[in-house]
Design a protein around this ligand. Structure first.
Ligand SMILES: *Cc1c(COP(=O)(O)O)cnc(C)c1O
Length: 381
Protein backbone atom coordinates (compact mmCIF):
# COMPACT_ATOMS: atom_id res chain seq x y z
CA UNK A 1 0.00 0.00 0.00
CA UNK A 2 1.25 3.51 -0.78
CA UNK A 3 1.93 5.90 2.07
CA UNK A 4 -0.97 8.19 1.05
CA UNK A 5 -3.42 5.27 1.31
CA UNK A 6 -1.91 3.88 4.48
CA UNK A 7 -2.27 7.13 6.41
CA UNK A 8 -6.03 7.07 5.71
CA UNK A 9 -6.72 3.37 6.18
CA UNK A 10 -4.24 2.00 8.70
CA UNK A 11 -4.41 3.15 12.25
CA UNK A 12 -7.58 5.11 12.81
CA UNK A 13 -9.87 4.81 9.80
CA UNK A 14 -12.89 3.10 11.37
CA UNK A 15 -14.22 2.62 14.87
CA UNK A 16 -13.44 -1.04 15.72
CA UNK A 17 -16.60 -1.28 17.86
CA UNK A 18 -19.25 0.23 15.52
CA UNK A 19 -17.62 0.59 12.10
CA UNK A 20 -18.22 4.35 12.20
CA UNK A 21 -16.04 6.02 9.56
CA UNK A 22 -15.31 8.89 11.91
CA UNK A 23 -13.83 7.55 15.15
CA UNK A 24 -16.28 8.59 17.91
CA UNK A 25 -15.23 10.79 20.79
CA UNK A 26 -15.21 8.56 23.86
CA UNK A 27 -15.40 11.00 26.77
CA UNK A 28 -15.61 8.20 29.38
CA UNK A 29 -13.15 8.44 32.26
CA UNK A 30 -13.67 4.82 33.29
CA UNK A 31 -14.80 1.48 31.81
CA UNK A 32 -16.87 -1.41 33.09
CA UNK A 33 -14.55 -4.27 34.02
CA UNK A 34 -16.45 -7.46 33.24
CA UNK A 35 -13.97 -9.77 34.93
CA UNK A 36 -11.44 -8.31 37.35
CA UNK A 37 -9.06 -11.19 36.68
CA UNK A 38 -8.79 -10.35 32.96
CA UNK A 39 -6.90 -7.22 31.90
CA UNK A 40 -8.89 -5.30 29.33
CA UNK A 41 -7.62 -2.79 26.77
CA UNK A 42 -9.21 0.23 28.47
CA UNK A 43 -9.73 0.70 32.21
CA UNK A 44 -9.12 4.42 32.86
CA UNK A 45 -8.77 7.20 30.28
CA UNK A 46 -5.47 8.67 31.49
CA UNK A 47 -3.94 5.24 30.81
CA UNK A 48 -5.81 4.63 27.56
CA UNK A 49 -8.81 5.94 25.63
CA UNK A 50 -10.27 4.55 22.37
CA UNK A 51 -10.27 7.92 20.57
CA UNK A 52 -6.70 8.67 21.61
CA UNK A 53 -5.66 5.09 20.79
CA UNK A 54 -6.94 5.51 17.21
CA UNK A 55 -4.99 8.75 16.90
CA UNK A 56 -1.86 7.17 18.35
CA UNK A 57 -2.04 4.28 15.85
CA UNK A 58 -2.41 6.85 13.07
CA UNK A 59 0.59 8.83 14.35
CA UNK A 60 2.70 5.66 14.27
CA UNK A 61 1.62 4.95 10.67
CA UNK A 62 2.35 8.56 9.64
CA UNK A 63 5.94 8.31 10.84
CA UNK A 64 6.57 4.67 9.84
CA UNK A 65 6.97 3.90 13.53
CA UNK A 66 5.55 1.21 15.78
CA UNK A 67 4.41 3.33 18.74
CA UNK A 68 2.75 6.76 18.73
CA UNK A 69 1.80 8.92 21.72
CA UNK A 70 -0.43 12.00 21.78
CA UNK A 71 0.19 14.81 24.25
CA UNK A 72 -1.57 17.95 25.39
CA UNK A 73 0.92 20.17 23.50
CA UNK A 74 4.10 20.04 21.46
CA UNK A 75 6.07 21.18 24.50
CA UNK A 76 4.50 18.38 26.57
CA UNK A 77 5.59 15.92 23.85
CA UNK A 78 9.18 17.23 23.94
CA UNK A 79 9.21 17.10 27.76
CA UNK A 80 7.93 13.52 27.73
CA UNK A 81 10.42 12.35 25.10
CA UNK A 82 13.40 13.83 26.92
CA UNK A 83 12.40 12.80 30.44
CA UNK A 84 11.56 9.30 29.18
CA UNK A 85 15.26 8.65 28.59
CA UNK A 86 17.16 11.27 30.65
CA UNK A 87 17.78 11.41 34.40
CA UNK A 88 19.80 13.73 36.62
CA UNK A 89 23.41 13.73 35.44
CA UNK A 90 22.57 13.19 31.78
CA UNK A 91 23.53 15.74 29.13
CA UNK A 92 21.79 16.80 25.91
CA UNK A 93 23.36 18.30 22.80
CA UNK A 94 20.70 20.42 21.12
CA UNK A 95 20.25 22.54 17.98
CA UNK A 96 21.10 26.13 18.90
CA UNK A 97 18.30 27.79 16.93
CA UNK A 98 15.63 25.48 18.33
CA UNK A 99 12.02 26.37 19.11
CA UNK A 100 11.79 28.95 21.92
CA UNK A 101 9.77 26.61 24.13
CA UNK A 102 12.45 23.92 23.79
CA UNK A 103 15.08 26.49 24.74
CA UNK A 104 13.02 27.44 27.82
CA UNK A 105 12.42 23.80 28.77
CA UNK A 106 16.14 22.96 28.66
CA UNK A 107 17.44 26.14 30.29
CA UNK A 108 14.78 26.83 32.91
CA UNK A 109 13.29 23.47 33.85
CA UNK A 110 15.33 20.40 32.94
CA UNK A 111 18.55 22.07 34.13
CA UNK A 112 16.90 22.37 37.55
CA UNK A 113 16.34 18.59 37.52
CA UNK A 114 20.03 18.01 36.82
CA UNK A 115 19.65 17.34 33.09
CA UNK A 116 22.25 19.58 31.43
CA UNK A 117 22.60 20.74 27.83
CA UNK A 118 24.90 22.35 25.29
CA UNK A 119 23.47 24.31 22.36
CA UNK A 120 25.42 23.92 19.16
CA UNK A 121 25.14 24.74 15.46
CA UNK A 122 24.00 21.28 14.33
CA UNK A 123 24.61 22.16 10.67
CA UNK A 124 28.29 21.95 11.71
CA UNK A 125 29.17 18.27 12.20
CA UNK A 126 32.58 18.88 13.78
CA UNK A 127 31.16 21.41 16.27
CA UNK A 128 28.37 18.98 17.17
CA UNK A 129 30.82 16.14 17.78
CA UNK A 130 32.96 18.48 19.87
CA UNK A 131 29.98 19.23 22.17
CA UNK A 132 29.45 15.53 23.00
CA UNK A 133 30.73 14.49 26.44
CA UNK A 134 30.79 11.19 28.31
CA UNK A 135 27.53 12.27 29.98
CA UNK A 136 25.71 12.99 26.69
CA UNK A 137 22.62 10.83 26.29
CA UNK A 138 20.53 12.64 23.66
CA UNK A 139 21.16 14.49 20.42
CA UNK A 140 18.15 16.80 20.08
CA UNK A 141 17.72 18.13 16.55
CA UNK A 142 15.35 20.54 14.88
CA UNK A 143 15.28 21.22 11.17
CA UNK A 144 14.30 23.25 9.21
CA UNK A 145 15.02 25.62 12.07
CA UNK A 146 12.92 28.58 13.08
CA UNK A 147 12.86 31.25 11.69
CA UNK A 148 15.85 30.95 9.31
CA UNK A 149 15.03 27.46 8.00
CA UNK A 150 18.54 26.09 8.38
CA UNK A 151 18.89 22.48 7.24
CA UNK A 152 20.75 19.77 9.10
CA UNK A 153 22.49 16.92 7.32
CA UNK A 154 20.21 14.34 8.96
CA UNK A 155 22.13 11.31 7.72
CA UNK A 156 25.46 12.65 9.00
CA UNK A 157 23.83 13.46 12.34
CA UNK A 158 22.34 9.99 12.84
CA UNK A 159 25.72 8.47 11.94
CA UNK A 160 27.39 10.71 14.53
CA UNK A 161 24.80 9.69 17.14
CA UNK A 162 25.36 5.99 16.40
CA UNK A 163 29.14 6.46 16.73
CA UNK A 164 28.68 7.92 20.23
CA UNK A 165 25.69 5.67 21.22
CA UNK A 166 23.35 8.65 21.60
CA UNK A 167 19.59 8.64 21.31
CA UNK A 168 18.55 10.97 18.48
CA UNK A 169 15.37 13.01 18.69
CA UNK A 170 14.12 15.26 15.91
CA UNK A 171 11.46 17.94 16.17
CA UNK A 172 9.82 17.30 12.77
CA UNK A 173 7.11 19.96 13.11
CA UNK A 174 8.11 22.15 10.15
CA UNK A 175 8.20 19.42 7.49
CA UNK A 176 5.48 17.11 8.84
CA UNK A 177 5.67 13.34 8.30
CA UNK A 178 4.11 13.78 4.86
CA UNK A 179 7.35 15.37 3.64
CA UNK A 180 9.90 13.70 5.90
CA UNK A 181 9.97 10.57 8.08
CA UNK A 182 13.01 10.72 10.35
CA UNK A 183 12.70 7.16 11.70
CA UNK A 184 13.38 5.87 8.16
CA UNK A 185 16.91 7.30 8.29
CA UNK A 186 17.73 6.13 11.81
CA UNK A 187 16.40 8.86 14.09
CA UNK A 188 15.13 7.18 17.29
CA UNK A 189 12.30 9.54 18.23
CA UNK A 190 10.28 11.89 16.01
CA UNK A 191 8.41 14.70 17.74
CA UNK A 192 5.70 17.12 16.58
CA UNK A 193 3.86 20.14 17.67
CA UNK A 194 0.63 18.75 16.17
CA UNK A 195 -0.76 22.25 16.71
CA UNK A 196 0.87 23.14 13.37
CA UNK A 197 0.66 21.11 10.13
CA UNK A 198 -0.76 17.87 11.57
CA UNK A 199 -3.81 19.66 12.99
CA UNK A 200 -3.69 22.18 10.18
CA UNK A 201 -6.64 24.39 11.14
CA UNK A 202 -5.34 26.61 13.97
CA UNK A 203 -7.98 25.13 16.27
CA UNK A 204 -6.09 22.96 18.76
CA UNK A 205 -2.91 22.59 20.80
CA UNK A 206 -1.44 19.07 20.68
CA UNK A 207 1.83 17.15 20.52
CA UNK A 208 3.01 13.81 19.18
CA UNK A 209 5.93 11.44 19.78
CA UNK A 210 6.65 8.42 17.58
CA UNK A 211 9.34 5.75 17.79
CA UNK A 212 9.98 2.22 16.58
CA UNK A 213 12.21 1.38 19.54
CA UNK A 214 10.10 -0.76 21.91
CA UNK A 215 12.20 0.05 24.96
CA UNK A 216 12.00 3.83 24.44
CA UNK A 217 8.28 3.45 23.66
CA UNK A 218 7.64 1.79 27.03
CA UNK A 219 9.49 4.62 28.77
CA UNK A 220 7.49 7.28 26.91
CA UNK A 221 4.25 5.55 27.85
CA UNK A 222 5.39 5.45 31.48
CA UNK A 223 5.84 9.24 31.39
CA UNK A 224 2.52 9.83 29.60
CA UNK A 225 0.59 7.68 32.06
CA UNK A 226 2.72 8.66 35.04
CA UNK A 227 2.58 12.43 34.60
CA UNK A 228 -0.85 12.66 32.92
CA UNK A 229 0.03 15.01 30.04
CA UNK A 230 -1.96 13.08 27.40
CA UNK A 231 -4.29 14.59 24.79
CA UNK A 232 -8.03 14.72 25.55
CA UNK A 233 -10.48 12.53 23.55
CA UNK A 234 -12.09 15.67 22.07
CA UNK A 235 -8.79 17.03 20.78
CA UNK A 236 -7.70 13.54 19.69
CA UNK A 237 -10.78 13.44 17.45
CA UNK A 238 -10.06 16.90 16.08
CA UNK A 239 -6.46 15.98 15.32
CA UNK A 240 -7.52 12.73 13.61
CA UNK A 241 -9.83 14.80 11.44
CA UNK A 242 -7.08 17.27 10.57
CA UNK A 243 -4.62 14.51 9.63
CA UNK A 244 -7.03 13.12 6.99
CA UNK A 245 -6.25 16.10 4.73
CA UNK A 246 -2.54 16.38 5.54
CA UNK A 247 -1.48 15.26 2.06
CA UNK A 248 -3.73 17.70 0.21
CA UNK A 249 -2.81 20.59 2.47
CA UNK A 250 0.94 19.97 2.36
CA UNK A 251 0.99 19.61 -1.44
CA UNK A 252 -0.86 22.90 -1.97
CA UNK A 253 0.84 24.84 0.82
CA UNK A 254 4.30 23.79 -0.39
CA UNK A 255 3.43 24.82 -3.95
CA UNK A 256 2.23 28.20 -2.66
CA UNK A 257 5.40 28.61 -0.58
CA UNK A 258 7.60 27.96 -3.61
CA UNK A 259 5.67 30.52 -5.67
CA UNK A 260 5.86 33.09 -2.91
CA UNK A 261 9.57 32.53 -2.24
CA UNK A 262 10.33 32.86 -5.95
CA UNK A 263 8.32 36.08 -6.18
CA UNK A 264 9.95 37.53 -3.04
CA UNK A 265 13.43 36.80 -4.37
CA UNK A 266 12.69 39.09 -7.35
CA UNK A 267 11.49 42.12 -5.37
CA UNK A 268 13.89 45.05 -5.07
CA UNK A 269 12.78 45.79 -1.48
CA UNK A 270 13.50 42.24 -0.31
CA UNK A 271 17.11 41.85 0.82
CA UNK A 272 17.14 38.11 1.55
CA UNK A 273 14.80 35.13 1.20
CA UNK A 274 15.12 32.03 3.37
CA UNK A 275 13.41 29.03 1.77
CA UNK A 276 15.09 25.62 1.37
CA UNK A 277 13.25 25.15 -1.92
CA UNK A 278 15.34 27.88 -3.56
CA UNK A 279 18.44 26.55 -5.31
CA UNK A 280 20.72 29.09 -3.56
CA UNK A 281 19.67 27.97 -0.05
CA UNK A 282 22.66 26.24 1.61
CA UNK A 283 20.48 23.28 2.67
CA UNK A 284 18.72 22.88 -0.69
CA UNK A 285 20.56 19.76 -1.89
CA UNK A 286 20.28 18.04 1.50
CA UNK A 287 16.57 18.56 1.87
CA UNK A 288 15.98 17.61 -1.76
CA UNK A 289 17.78 14.33 -1.12
CA UNK A 290 16.09 13.53 2.20
CA UNK A 291 12.55 14.93 2.02
CA UNK A 292 9.59 14.92 -0.35
CA UNK A 293 9.22 18.71 -0.26
CA UNK A 294 10.53 21.95 1.18
CA UNK A 295 7.73 22.91 3.55
CA UNK A 296 5.34 25.84 3.67
CA UNK A 297 7.32 28.32 5.76
CA UNK A 298 9.27 31.14 4.11
CA UNK A 299 11.22 33.91 5.83
CA UNK A 300 12.59 37.12 4.34
CA UNK A 301 14.17 40.42 5.30
CA UNK A 302 12.92 43.78 3.99
CA UNK A 303 15.23 46.68 3.11
CA UNK A 304 14.12 49.02 5.90
CA UNK A 305 12.47 48.90 9.28
CA UNK A 306 9.82 51.32 7.95
CA UNK A 307 8.85 48.88 5.22
CA UNK A 308 8.76 45.99 7.71
CA UNK A 309 6.41 48.04 9.89
CA UNK A 310 4.24 48.97 6.88
CA UNK A 311 3.77 45.30 6.02
CA UNK A 312 2.91 44.39 9.63
CA UNK A 313 0.39 47.22 9.81
CA UNK A 314 -1.33 46.98 6.46
CA UNK A 315 -1.65 43.32 5.45
CA UNK A 316 -5.32 42.31 5.29
CA UNK A 317 -5.35 38.68 4.11
CA UNK A 318 -2.34 37.56 6.11
CA UNK A 319 -3.07 37.10 9.82
CA UNK A 320 -0.34 38.76 11.87
CA UNK A 321 0.18 36.13 14.59
CA UNK A 322 2.46 33.53 16.10
CA UNK A 323 2.18 29.88 15.03
CA UNK A 324 2.14 28.28 11.59
CA UNK A 325 0.80 25.36 9.62
CA UNK A 326 -2.86 26.37 9.35
CA UNK A 327 -5.00 26.75 6.23
CA UNK A 328 -5.06 30.52 6.74
CA UNK A 329 -1.73 32.20 5.96
CA UNK A 330 0.08 33.64 8.95
CA UNK A 331 2.69 36.40 9.02
CA UNK A 332 4.96 36.52 12.09
CA UNK A 333 7.51 39.02 13.30
CA UNK A 334 10.15 36.97 15.17
CA UNK A 335 11.88 40.00 16.77
CA UNK A 336 8.69 40.83 18.71
CA UNK A 337 7.08 37.39 18.84
CA UNK A 338 8.93 34.04 19.00
CA UNK A 339 12.32 35.62 19.79
CA UNK A 340 11.23 38.64 21.82
CA UNK A 341 12.80 37.22 24.98
CA UNK A 342 16.20 36.99 23.29
CA UNK A 343 18.51 40.03 23.74
CA UNK A 344 18.96 42.02 20.50
CA UNK A 345 22.69 41.31 20.14
CA UNK A 346 22.06 37.58 20.45
CA UNK A 347 19.24 37.82 17.90
CA UNK A 348 21.52 39.73 15.53
CA UNK A 349 24.23 37.11 15.99
CA UNK A 350 21.76 34.42 14.92
CA UNK A 351 20.59 36.52 11.96
CA UNK A 352 17.15 37.31 13.37
CA UNK A 353 17.11 41.00 12.45
CA UNK A 354 14.41 43.61 13.05
CA UNK A 355 13.44 43.45 9.36
CA UNK A 356 12.88 39.68 9.35
CA UNK A 357 9.36 38.42 8.60
CA UNK A 358 8.26 34.77 8.68
CA UNK A 359 5.41 33.53 6.51
CA UNK A 360 3.37 30.35 6.90
CA UNK A 361 1.58 29.81 3.62
CA UNK A 362 -2.00 28.57 3.80
CA UNK A 363 -4.53 27.73 1.13
CA UNK A 364 -5.50 31.16 -0.22
CA UNK A 365 -4.81 31.93 -3.89
CA UNK A 366 -1.12 32.84 -4.12
CA UNK A 367 -1.89 35.93 -6.23
CA UNK A 368 -3.98 37.38 -3.40
CA UNK A 369 -1.24 36.68 -0.87
CA UNK A 370 1.32 38.35 -3.16
CA UNK A 371 -0.90 41.37 -3.88
CA UNK A 372 -1.51 41.87 -0.17
CA UNK A 373 2.23 41.81 0.62
CA UNK A 374 3.10 43.99 -2.36
CA UNK A 375 0.56 46.73 -1.66
CA UNK A 376 1.36 46.77 2.08
CA UNK A 377 5.08 47.03 1.40
CA UNK A 378 4.48 50.07 -0.84
CA UNK A 379 2.46 52.10 1.66
CA UNK A 380 4.47 55.02 3.07
CA UNK A 381 3.61 55.86 6.66
C1 LIG B 1 5.03 25.33 18.06
C2 LIG B 1 6.24 24.49 18.13
C3 LIG B 1 6.52 23.70 19.25
C4 LIG B 1 5.67 23.74 20.50
O1 LIG B 1 4.41 23.20 20.29
P1 LIG B 1 3.13 23.62 21.16
O2 LIG B 1 2.07 22.79 20.54
O3 LIG B 1 2.94 25.09 20.99
O4 LIG B 1 3.41 23.28 22.58
C5 LIG B 1 7.65 22.89 19.22
N1 LIG B 1 8.46 22.87 18.16
C6 LIG B 1 8.24 23.61 17.06
C7 LIG B 1 9.18 23.53 15.91
C8 LIG B 1 7.12 24.44 17.00
O5 LIG B 1 6.92 25.19 15.91
Amino acid sequence: MHYETKILHEGGDKDPYTGALSIPIYPASTYHQKNVDVRQEFDYSRSGNPTRAALERTLAVLENGSHGYAFSSGVAAITAAITAVCSAGDHIVATRDCYGGTYRLLTKYLSRLGITHTFVDTTDIAATEHAITSATKVLFLESPSNPLLRIIDFTAMTALAKKHSLITMLDNTFLSPYLFRPLDIGVDVSIHSATKFLGGHSDLIAGAVVTKNGEIAAQIYAVQNGTGNMLSPENSWLLLRGIKTLRARMEMQCAGAMELATWLSKQSWVTKVYYPGLADHPGHETIRREAKGFGAVVSFTADTIERTRAILQHVRIWTVAVSLGGVESILSYPAKMSHAAMPKDERDALGISDTLIRLSIGLEHTEDLIDDLKSSAEIKS
